[in-house]
Design a protein around this ligand. Structure first.
Ligand SMILES: [Zn+2]
Length: 205
């Protein structure tokens, strides 16, 4: 396959774009240690949306499927269609769960701080979508080092990122999808190592 599109998502911003069926999306952390929040929609029906935890549960029937990594990404009920397949993954530790939000930033004692909510809002506007049209704030948080602690009743803790310079994850589109990416602007918690960085996107055909 060859790279047919390549662009940078500047730090602390979001962008949405279309990915045709059969093409491969490569999400790269050029400097390492940066979370990329990913939302996916059926490009022909925005009501059909990727559902994060649900995809982890369904994926385990066909191989790798946890909240930290999954082989297949499915759309929410009642659709339950295969949207994307993970074809390569250099990190292997992600988190199917919530993106950072306005309230989360306030609770982290940074009221008014930019969050993935702002990035997704900006990104989706171009396609006529608002966050209130999105079924769930749970996304595929690529490269996020989160941990569900069974010793503490399933408490979720976040550690510093483990991805290194140039690491990436790749997805093959199994339908035409609208992709929204947030270069997570959280420099308050540990998720981006307290330094926000850009994300590089490549599309291969
Ligand atoms: Zn975020």
């Amino acid at each position: 396959m060859k790279i047919v599109e390549e662009f940078v998502i500047p730090k602390c911003t979001g962008k949405a774009f279309r990915l045709d069926r059969g093409r491969v999306l490569r999400v790269i952390e050029p400097e390492g240690g940066q979370v990329a929040g990913l939302m996916f929609f059926n490009a022909h029906n925005y009501k059909e949306q990727f559902m994060a935890e649900f995809s982890g549960s369904l994926s385990r029937f066909t191989g790798l499927g946890t909240r930290y990594a999954m082989g297949k990404l499915f759309s929410k009920v009642p659709f339950e269609n295969l949207m994307l397949t993970v074809t390569d993954d250099k990190v292997g530790k992600h988190f199917a769960g919530p993106h950072c939000t306005t309230r989360m930033m306030a609770l982290l004692k940074a009221p008014g701080h930019r969050s993935c909510t702002d990035n997704f809002t900006d990104a989706l506007r171009e396609f006529g979508l608002e966050l209130q049209d999105v079924y769930s704030p749970s996304v595929f948080n690529a490269f996020m080092n989160a941990h569900i602690d069974p010793e503490r009743e399933g408490t979720i803790t976040y550690g510093p990122p483990t991805g290194k310079k140039g690491d990436y994850i790749e997805f093959r589109a199994e339908m035409d999808v609208l992709v929204a990416v947030s270069a997570c602007p959280d420099d308050v918690s540990e998720v981006n190592g307290h330094v926000c960085k850009e994300i590089l996107i490549q599309v291969l055909a």
